[in-house]
Design a protein. Structure first.
Length: 182
């Protein structure tokens, strides 16, 4: 691919790719780096692009893979942890008045983890095609038409899968479920 064609391709799709990362809470600087990584992979992989799917679908697959690698890397990195005394007031431990005040603390983390586990379990119980449809919508932020093309189904089928998945998850999770993204 000649540099000028790639430059046009980059400018045409840049906003879409960087917004993908920004929507997932990644800092602007890191989003910029991930966007560059994505387009570097696109440039290197262009000879392998066979045109069996739309370029946008292929680009989003690469973008999603860069994001997954980023998440894996972050999860495996050591995190700096602050030591907390269990006895001293003002330390953030049980003797600290903030512990009982309801400020965000360990309990919030435990509750968030519990909600995440419940959602994951309920999600895994969805029928495979419905689960894949939801993953394409939520994880890859694809539009209904793109999901239909990738799954080789009609747009109405995609809409039905997403609607039914919402209903199933709402019934199983009640108050735990509040994700309007799909």
């Amino acid at each position: 691919m000649d540099p000028e064609s790639f430059r046009r391709l980059f400018h045409q799709h840049y906003r879409l790719v960087i917004s993908f990362f920004l929507k997932r809470g990644i800092s602007p600087d890191e989003s910029e780096e991930l966007t560059q990584e994505t387009f570097l992979r696109v440039y290197k992989s262009m000879p392998a692009f066979r045109g069996e799917s739309r370029f946008g679908t292929w680009l989003f697959q690469i973008t999603a893979n860069v994001y997954k690698n980023y998440c894996r890397t972050r999860a495996t990195q050591k995190r700096d942890a602050q030591e907390v005394s269990l006895e001293e007031p003002g330390s953030g431990g049980p003797a600290d008045p903030a512990w009982e005040s309801g400020d965000a603390g360990p309990l919030d983390g435990v509750l968030a983890e519990e909600r995440s586990k419940k959602l994951r379990r309920a999600f895994e119980e969805l029928p495979p095609q419905m689960r894949r449809c939801v993953m394409l919508r939520v994880d890859q932020d694809l539009k209904y038409r793109e999901i239909a093309v990738q799954m080789d189904v009609s747009i109405d089928t995609v809409k039905a899968h997403l609607f039914q998945a919402r209903q199933i998850l709402k019934n199983k999770l009640g108050d735990y479920f509040d994700d309007p993204r799909f």
